[in-house]
Design a binder for this molecule. Structure first.
Ligand SMILES: Cc1ncc(COP(=O)(O)O)c(C=O)c1O
Length: 423
Protein backbone atom coordinates (compact mmCIF):
# COMPACT_ATOMS: atom_id res chain seq x y z
CA UNK A 1 0.00 0.00 0.00
CA UNK A 2 1.16 3.52 -0.71
CA UNK A 3 1.53 6.36 1.80
CA UNK A 4 -1.45 8.10 0.17
CA UNK A 5 -3.81 5.15 0.52
CA UNK A 6 -2.68 4.29 4.07
CA UNK A 7 -3.11 7.86 5.27
CA UNK A 8 -6.49 8.16 3.55
CA UNK A 9 -7.75 4.99 5.20
CA UNK A 10 -6.35 5.91 8.61
CA UNK A 11 -7.99 9.33 8.43
CA UNK A 12 -11.32 7.58 8.02
CA UNK A 13 -10.82 4.60 10.32
CA UNK A 14 -8.61 5.48 13.30
CA UNK A 15 -9.26 7.63 16.32
CA UNK A 16 -7.54 10.88 15.47
CA UNK A 17 -4.96 10.69 18.29
CA UNK A 18 -1.87 11.43 16.23
CA UNK A 19 -0.70 13.92 13.62
CA UNK A 20 1.69 11.55 11.89
CA UNK A 21 4.58 12.68 9.73
CA UNK A 22 3.85 11.87 6.08
CA UNK A 23 6.26 8.94 5.89
CA UNK A 24 5.48 5.24 5.49
CA UNK A 25 8.28 3.16 6.94
CA UNK A 26 8.74 -0.29 5.53
CA UNK A 27 12.11 -1.48 6.81
CA UNK A 28 15.01 -0.84 9.14
CA UNK A 29 18.54 -2.00 9.83
CA UNK A 30 20.88 -0.75 12.51
CA UNK A 31 20.52 2.99 12.94
CA UNK A 32 18.64 3.44 9.65
CA UNK A 33 15.03 3.20 8.56
CA UNK A 34 13.73 3.11 4.98
CA UNK A 35 10.49 4.53 3.71
CA UNK A 36 8.19 3.17 1.02
CA UNK A 37 10.05 4.99 -1.76
CA UNK A 38 13.46 3.75 -0.64
CA UNK A 39 14.68 6.89 1.15
CA UNK A 40 16.96 6.14 4.13
CA UNK A 41 16.57 7.92 7.49
CA UNK A 42 19.14 8.13 10.28
CA UNK A 43 17.16 7.32 13.41
CA UNK A 44 17.96 9.64 16.34
CA UNK A 45 14.68 8.89 18.11
CA UNK A 46 14.51 5.05 18.13
CA UNK A 47 10.74 4.91 18.24
CA UNK A 48 10.80 7.25 21.31
CA UNK A 49 13.53 5.37 23.12
CA UNK A 50 12.40 1.85 22.27
CA UNK A 51 14.75 0.55 19.57
CA UNK A 52 17.84 0.87 21.73
CA UNK A 53 19.68 -1.82 19.77
CA UNK A 54 18.66 -0.25 16.47
CA UNK A 55 16.47 -2.00 13.93
CA UNK A 56 16.60 -5.62 12.91
CA UNK A 57 19.34 -6.54 15.40
CA UNK A 58 20.52 -10.01 14.38
CA UNK A 59 20.47 -11.47 17.91
CA UNK A 60 17.01 -10.06 18.61
CA UNK A 61 15.75 -11.35 15.27
CA UNK A 62 17.13 -14.80 16.08
CA UNK A 63 15.45 -14.91 19.52
CA UNK A 64 12.13 -13.76 18.07
CA UNK A 65 12.25 -16.39 15.34
CA UNK A 66 13.23 -19.16 17.73
CA UNK A 67 10.72 -18.28 20.43
CA UNK A 68 7.84 -17.47 18.07
CA UNK A 69 8.19 -20.97 16.68
CA UNK A 70 8.04 -22.48 20.20
CA UNK A 71 5.63 -20.53 22.40
CA UNK A 72 4.21 -16.99 22.35
CA UNK A 73 1.68 -16.84 25.19
CA UNK A 74 0.55 -18.96 28.14
CA UNK A 75 -1.00 -16.37 30.54
CA UNK A 76 0.22 -15.77 34.05
CA UNK A 77 -1.69 -18.77 35.37
CA UNK A 78 1.24 -20.99 34.39
CA UNK A 79 5.02 -20.95 34.47
CA UNK A 80 7.20 -20.39 31.45
CA UNK A 81 10.95 -20.43 31.14
CA UNK A 82 11.81 -16.75 31.03
CA UNK A 83 10.15 -14.57 33.71
CA UNK A 84 12.34 -15.84 36.55
CA UNK A 85 15.56 -15.43 34.55
CA UNK A 86 14.57 -11.94 33.42
CA UNK A 87 13.60 -10.97 36.97
CA UNK A 88 16.97 -12.22 38.18
CA UNK A 89 18.80 -10.06 35.63
CA UNK A 90 16.71 -6.96 36.43
CA UNK A 91 17.00 -7.34 40.20
CA UNK A 92 20.76 -7.84 39.93
CA UNK A 93 21.31 -4.68 37.92
CA UNK A 94 18.82 -2.55 39.89
CA UNK A 95 19.71 -3.55 43.46
CA UNK A 96 16.02 -4.32 44.06
CA UNK A 97 14.48 -7.69 44.93
CA UNK A 98 11.34 -8.45 42.97
CA UNK A 99 9.72 -7.81 39.59
CA UNK A 100 6.26 -7.67 38.07
CA UNK A 101 5.94 -7.76 34.28
CA UNK A 102 3.30 -5.94 32.26
CA UNK A 103 2.81 -4.54 28.76
CA UNK A 104 3.68 -0.88 28.70
CA UNK A 105 5.05 2.08 30.57
CA UNK A 106 1.72 3.39 31.73
CA UNK A 107 0.71 -0.06 33.00
CA UNK A 108 3.96 -0.34 34.96
CA UNK A 109 3.32 3.08 36.47
CA UNK A 110 -0.28 2.19 37.41
CA UNK A 111 1.08 -0.85 39.20
CA UNK A 112 3.66 1.25 41.03
CA UNK A 113 0.92 3.60 42.29
CA UNK A 114 -1.16 0.63 43.42
CA UNK A 115 1.85 -0.75 45.27
CA UNK A 116 2.24 2.55 47.12
CA UNK A 117 -1.39 2.57 48.24
CA UNK A 118 -1.37 -1.13 49.18
CA UNK A 119 1.89 -0.78 51.08
CA UNK A 120 0.49 2.17 53.02
CA UNK A 121 -2.64 0.23 53.92
CA UNK A 122 -0.62 -2.75 55.05
CA UNK A 123 1.61 -0.53 57.17
CA UNK A 124 -1.28 1.24 58.87
CA UNK A 125 -1.53 0.52 62.57
CA UNK A 126 -4.94 -0.50 63.90
CA UNK A 127 -7.19 2.50 64.23
CA UNK A 128 -4.93 5.02 62.53
CA UNK A 129 -5.64 6.58 59.13
CA UNK A 130 -3.61 5.13 56.26
CA UNK A 131 -1.40 7.32 54.09
CA UNK A 132 -3.05 7.96 50.73
CA UNK A 133 -1.63 11.19 49.34
CA UNK A 134 0.71 11.02 46.38
CA UNK A 135 3.24 13.74 45.62
CA UNK A 136 4.00 14.03 41.92
CA UNK A 137 6.14 16.51 40.01
CA UNK A 138 5.14 19.44 37.87
CA UNK A 139 6.25 19.00 34.27
CA UNK A 140 6.26 15.20 34.62
CA UNK A 141 4.84 12.54 32.30
CA UNK A 142 3.85 9.05 33.43
CA UNK A 143 1.43 7.82 30.76
CA UNK A 144 -2.14 7.96 29.51
CA UNK A 145 -4.18 5.74 31.82
CA UNK A 146 -6.09 7.36 34.69
CA UNK A 147 -3.58 6.90 37.52
CA UNK A 148 -0.67 7.80 35.28
CA UNK A 149 -2.54 10.86 34.02
CA UNK A 150 -3.46 11.88 37.56
CA UNK A 151 0.26 12.00 38.42
CA UNK A 152 1.31 13.68 35.17
CA UNK A 153 2.23 17.28 35.98
CA UNK A 154 1.24 18.82 32.64
CA UNK A 155 -2.35 20.12 32.64
CA UNK A 156 -2.76 19.75 28.87
CA UNK A 157 -2.70 15.95 29.21
CA UNK A 158 -5.06 15.83 32.21
CA UNK A 159 -7.64 18.51 31.45
CA UNK A 160 -9.88 16.69 28.93
CA UNK A 161 -10.34 13.72 31.27
CA UNK A 162 -11.04 15.13 34.73
CA UNK A 163 -11.96 14.01 37.32
CA UNK A 164 -8.90 11.78 37.66
CA UNK A 165 -7.66 9.61 40.52
CA UNK A 166 -7.89 11.74 43.66
CA UNK A 167 -5.19 12.38 46.24
CA UNK A 168 -2.40 13.79 44.06
CA UNK A 169 -0.50 16.99 44.94
CA UNK A 170 2.00 18.48 42.51
CA UNK A 171 5.40 19.72 43.67
CA UNK A 172 7.62 22.13 41.72
CA UNK A 173 10.29 19.93 40.18
CA UNK A 174 13.66 20.39 41.88
CA UNK A 175 12.24 22.89 44.40
CA UNK A 176 13.43 21.76 47.84
CA UNK A 177 11.18 24.16 49.75
CA UNK A 178 8.07 23.18 47.85
CA UNK A 179 8.76 19.49 48.48
CA UNK A 180 9.39 20.10 52.16
CA UNK A 181 6.22 22.19 52.43
CA UNK A 182 3.94 19.67 50.73
CA UNK A 183 5.33 16.54 52.35
CA UNK A 184 3.62 15.32 55.53
CA UNK A 185 2.66 12.09 57.23
CA UNK A 186 -0.35 11.58 54.91
CA UNK A 187 1.93 11.03 51.90
CA UNK A 188 2.29 7.42 50.72
CA UNK A 189 4.49 8.06 47.67
CA UNK A 190 6.79 10.60 46.07
CA UNK A 191 6.85 10.16 42.29
CA UNK A 192 9.81 11.31 40.23
CA UNK A 193 11.13 10.73 36.72
CA UNK A 194 14.87 10.60 37.33
CA UNK A 195 15.17 12.51 34.07
CA UNK A 196 11.94 14.07 32.87
CA UNK A 197 11.57 12.99 29.25
CA UNK A 198 8.42 14.43 27.69
CA UNK A 199 8.98 17.45 29.92
CA UNK A 200 12.11 18.36 27.95
CA UNK A 201 14.99 16.18 29.26
CA UNK A 202 15.29 17.67 32.73
CA UNK A 203 17.33 15.65 35.24
CA UNK A 204 16.35 15.68 38.90
CA UNK A 205 18.83 17.55 41.09
CA UNK A 206 20.92 15.53 43.48
CA UNK A 207 19.76 17.48 46.55
CA UNK A 208 16.11 17.19 45.53
CA UNK A 209 16.26 13.43 44.98
CA UNK A 210 18.13 12.93 48.23
CA UNK A 211 15.59 15.03 50.12
CA UNK A 212 12.70 13.05 48.58
CA UNK A 213 14.39 9.81 49.59
CA UNK A 214 15.09 11.04 53.12
CA UNK A 215 11.56 12.36 53.71
CA UNK A 216 10.00 9.17 52.36
CA UNK A 217 12.24 6.92 54.43
CA UNK A 218 11.62 8.84 57.63
CA UNK A 219 7.83 8.80 57.36
CA UNK A 220 7.33 5.36 55.78
CA UNK A 221 6.32 6.65 52.34
CA UNK A 222 7.75 5.17 49.15
CA UNK A 223 10.05 6.77 46.60
CA UNK A 224 8.75 5.81 43.15
CA UNK A 225 11.10 6.48 40.25
CA UNK A 226 9.81 6.37 36.69
CA UNK A 227 12.68 5.25 34.46
CA UNK A 228 10.48 4.21 31.56
CA UNK A 229 12.34 6.62 29.28
CA UNK A 230 15.67 7.15 31.04
CA UNK A 231 16.32 3.63 32.36
CA UNK A 232 17.95 0.47 31.01
CA UNK A 233 21.19 1.88 29.71
CA UNK A 234 19.93 5.12 28.12
CA UNK A 235 22.17 7.27 30.35
CA UNK A 236 25.18 4.96 30.25
CA UNK A 237 24.24 3.21 33.48
CA UNK A 238 21.63 0.51 33.91
CA UNK A 239 19.42 3.01 35.75
CA UNK A 240 19.61 6.79 35.83
CA UNK A 241 19.35 6.76 39.65
CA UNK A 242 22.72 5.01 39.65
CA UNK A 243 24.24 8.41 38.84
CA UNK A 244 23.00 9.44 42.30
CA UNK A 245 23.40 8.03 45.77
CA UNK A 246 19.78 6.92 46.10
CA UNK A 247 17.98 3.58 45.85
CA UNK A 248 14.23 3.87 45.14
CA UNK A 249 11.57 1.68 46.74
CA UNK A 250 10.02 1.14 43.34
CA UNK A 251 11.27 1.76 39.82
CA UNK A 252 9.37 1.32 36.57
CA UNK A 253 10.89 0.48 33.20
CA UNK A 254 9.47 -0.31 29.76
CA UNK A 255 10.43 1.25 26.43
CA UNK A 256 13.62 -0.55 25.35
CA UNK A 257 13.12 -3.67 27.47
CA UNK A 258 11.91 -5.99 24.71
CA UNK A 259 13.25 -4.04 21.73
CA UNK A 260 9.83 -3.07 20.37
CA UNK A 261 7.71 -5.92 21.71
CA UNK A 262 5.41 -4.60 24.45
CA UNK A 263 6.94 -5.22 27.86
CA UNK A 264 7.15 -3.15 31.03
CA UNK A 265 8.28 -3.98 34.54
CA UNK A 266 7.90 -2.81 38.11
CA UNK A 267 10.91 -3.49 40.32
CA UNK A 268 10.70 -3.21 44.06
CA UNK A 269 12.07 -4.30 47.41
CA UNK A 270 11.18 -7.39 49.41
CA UNK A 271 9.64 -5.11 52.06
CA UNK A 272 7.26 -3.40 49.62
CA UNK A 273 6.48 -6.65 47.79
CA UNK A 274 5.17 -8.11 51.06
CA UNK A 275 1.98 -6.02 50.66
CA UNK A 276 0.94 -7.96 47.56
CA UNK A 277 -0.99 -11.23 47.65
CA UNK A 278 -2.35 -13.41 44.82
CA UNK A 279 -5.32 -11.78 43.13
CA UNK A 280 -4.46 -8.17 44.05
CA UNK A 281 -2.86 -7.29 40.73
CA UNK A 282 -2.39 -8.98 37.39
CA UNK A 283 -2.30 -8.84 33.60
CA UNK A 284 -3.29 -11.21 30.80
CA UNK A 285 -0.55 -10.48 28.30
CA UNK A 286 2.22 -9.07 30.49
CA UNK A 287 5.51 -10.93 30.71
CA UNK A 288 4.77 -13.53 28.05
CA UNK A 289 7.47 -15.92 26.86
CA UNK A 290 8.20 -14.12 23.58
CA UNK A 291 8.67 -10.66 25.11
CA UNK A 292 10.65 -12.01 28.09
CA UNK A 293 12.98 -14.10 25.93
CA UNK A 294 13.73 -10.99 23.87
CA UNK A 295 14.27 -8.89 27.00
CA UNK A 296 16.87 -11.35 28.31
CA UNK A 297 18.78 -10.95 25.06
CA UNK A 298 18.37 -7.17 25.23
CA UNK A 299 19.89 -7.03 28.71
CA UNK A 300 22.87 -9.15 27.60
CA UNK A 301 23.54 -6.61 24.84
CA UNK A 302 22.78 -3.56 27.00
CA UNK A 303 25.48 -4.56 29.48
CA UNK A 304 28.08 -4.56 26.69
CA UNK A 305 27.01 -1.14 25.42
CA UNK A 306 27.04 0.94 28.63
CA UNK A 307 30.62 2.17 28.22
CA UNK A 308 29.98 3.17 24.63
CA UNK A 309 26.77 4.99 25.60
CA UNK A 310 28.69 6.99 28.22
CA UNK A 311 31.54 7.87 25.85
CA UNK A 312 29.29 8.74 22.92
CA UNK A 313 26.93 10.63 25.21
CA UNK A 314 29.78 12.85 26.36
CA UNK A 315 30.96 13.36 22.79
CA UNK A 316 27.42 14.17 21.65
CA UNK A 317 26.79 16.55 24.55
CA UNK A 318 30.06 18.42 23.91
CA UNK A 319 29.21 18.74 20.21
CA UNK A 320 25.77 20.16 21.07
CA UNK A 321 27.39 22.60 23.49
CA UNK A 322 29.66 23.79 20.71
CA UNK A 323 26.52 24.57 18.68
CA UNK A 324 25.20 26.47 21.67
CA UNK A 325 28.14 28.87 21.38
CA UNK A 326 27.31 29.53 17.73
CA UNK A 327 23.53 29.90 17.81
CA UNK A 328 21.84 32.58 19.82
CA UNK A 329 18.53 30.74 19.53
CA UNK A 330 19.84 27.86 21.66
CA UNK A 331 18.71 28.38 25.24
CA UNK A 332 20.08 25.25 26.83
CA UNK A 333 21.73 21.92 26.14
CA UNK A 334 20.74 19.16 28.56
CA UNK A 335 21.08 15.46 28.94
CA UNK A 336 22.99 12.45 30.10
CA UNK A 337 24.30 9.61 27.93
CA UNK A 338 22.19 9.15 24.83
CA UNK A 339 19.27 11.14 26.20
CA UNK A 340 20.09 14.65 25.00
CA UNK A 341 18.19 17.82 24.23
CA UNK A 342 18.63 21.26 22.77
CA UNK A 343 16.16 23.87 23.92
CA UNK A 344 15.57 26.67 21.44
CA UNK A 345 13.79 29.94 21.95
CA UNK A 346 10.60 29.41 19.98
CA UNK A 347 8.24 26.55 19.14
CA UNK A 348 8.31 27.65 15.50
CA UNK A 349 12.08 27.26 15.33
CA UNK A 350 11.95 23.83 16.99
CA UNK A 351 9.25 22.76 14.55
CA UNK A 352 11.12 24.09 11.51
CA UNK A 353 14.39 22.44 12.54
CA UNK A 354 12.77 19.05 13.18
CA UNK A 355 10.97 19.27 9.83
CA UNK A 356 14.14 20.29 8.04
CA UNK A 357 16.11 17.38 9.49
CA UNK A 358 13.36 14.96 8.55
CA UNK A 359 13.47 16.19 4.96
CA UNK A 360 17.20 15.54 5.01
CA UNK A 361 16.60 12.03 6.31
CA UNK A 362 17.29 12.46 10.04
CA UNK A 363 14.64 11.59 12.62
CA UNK A 364 14.52 13.58 15.86
CA UNK A 365 11.55 14.90 17.77
CA UNK A 366 10.25 18.05 19.36
CA UNK A 367 8.92 17.81 22.88
CA UNK A 368 7.64 20.42 25.30
CA UNK A 369 7.17 22.87 22.40
CA UNK A 370 10.72 24.19 22.23
CA UNK A 371 12.91 21.18 22.98
CA UNK A 372 14.65 19.13 20.30
CA UNK A 373 14.99 15.65 21.75
CA UNK A 374 17.56 13.04 20.78
CA UNK A 375 17.13 9.41 21.85
CA UNK A 376 19.33 7.52 19.37
CA UNK A 377 19.93 3.77 19.49
CA UNK A 378 22.83 2.74 21.77
CA UNK A 379 24.58 1.35 18.68
CA UNK A 380 25.17 4.70 16.97
CA UNK A 381 28.76 5.70 16.19
CA UNK A 382 30.68 8.97 16.20
CA UNK A 383 30.10 9.43 12.48
CA UNK A 384 26.34 9.39 13.06
CA UNK A 385 26.65 11.99 15.83
CA UNK A 386 28.83 14.13 13.55
CA UNK A 387 26.24 13.83 10.77
CA UNK A 388 23.41 14.87 13.06
CA UNK A 389 25.32 17.79 14.57
CA UNK A 390 26.37 19.04 11.14
CA UNK A 391 22.78 18.88 9.85
CA UNK A 392 21.45 20.52 13.02
CA UNK A 393 23.96 23.35 12.68
CA UNK A 394 22.81 23.96 9.10
CA UNK A 395 19.11 23.75 10.02
CA UNK A 396 19.54 26.25 12.86
CA UNK A 397 21.28 28.68 10.51
CA UNK A 398 18.71 28.21 7.79
CA UNK A 399 15.75 28.75 10.12
CA UNK A 400 17.29 31.51 12.25
CA UNK A 401 14.41 33.83 11.29
CA UNK A 402 12.17 31.79 13.63
CA UNK A 403 14.40 32.49 16.65
CA UNK A 404 13.28 35.25 18.99
CA UNK A 405 15.41 36.12 21.94
CA UNK A 406 18.60 38.16 21.97
CA UNK A 407 21.63 36.16 23.10
CA UNK A 408 21.97 37.92 26.41
CA UNK A 409 18.65 36.46 27.64
CA UNK A 410 20.02 32.94 27.49
CA UNK A 411 21.24 32.72 31.05
CA UNK A 412 17.82 33.29 32.58
CA UNK A 413 16.26 30.26 30.95
CA UNK A 414 19.02 27.78 31.75
CA UNK A 415 17.77 25.08 34.02
CA UNK A 416 19.99 22.13 34.51
CA UNK A 417 23.67 22.83 34.24
CA UNK A 418 24.12 21.65 37.83
CA UNK A 419 22.16 18.50 37.31
CA UNK A 420 24.09 17.53 34.25
CA UNK A 421 27.45 18.36 35.74
CA UNK A 422 26.88 16.00 38.62
CA UNK A 423 25.22 13.23 36.63
C1 LIG B 1 8.69 8.65 31.72
C2 LIG B 1 7.55 7.95 31.05
N1 LIG B 1 6.66 7.30 31.80
C3 LIG B 1 5.62 6.65 31.24
C4 LIG B 1 5.43 6.64 29.89
C5 LIG B 1 4.27 5.91 29.30
O1 LIG B 1 4.72 4.77 28.63
P1 LIG B 1 3.80 4.04 27.55
O2 LIG B 1 3.62 4.96 26.42
O3 LIG B 1 4.58 2.78 27.21
O4 LIG B 1 2.53 3.71 28.24
C6 LIG B 1 6.33 7.32 29.07
C7 LIG B 1 6.13 7.36 27.61
O5 LIG B 1 6.65 8.17 26.91
C8 LIG B 1 7.42 7.98 29.67
O6 LIG B 1 8.31 8.66 28.93
Amino acid sequence: MSLASVSRMEAKLLLPTYERQPILFVGGRGVYLWDSVGKPYLDFLSGIGVNALGHNHPRIQAVIKRQAARLIHVSNLFFHEYQAELAQMLTEISGLDRAFFCNSGTEAWEGALKLARAFAQMSTKNGSKSKTRILAMENSFHGRTFGALATTGQPKYRAPFVPLVPGVTFVKFNDLDDLQRKFDSSVCAVCIETIQGEGGICPVNKEFLELASRLAKKSGALLLLDEIQCGLGRTGRHFAYQHYDVLPDVVTVAKPLACGLPLGAILTTERVASCIHPGMHGTTFGGGPLACAVAIEFLREEKKLLKQVRALGEYFHAALESLDKKHKAIQDVRGVGLMQAVEVDSPELAKAVARDLLQQGIIINRTHETVLRFLPPYVIQKKHVDGLVHALDAALHKNAEFGQKPKKEKAATRRSKGAHAHA
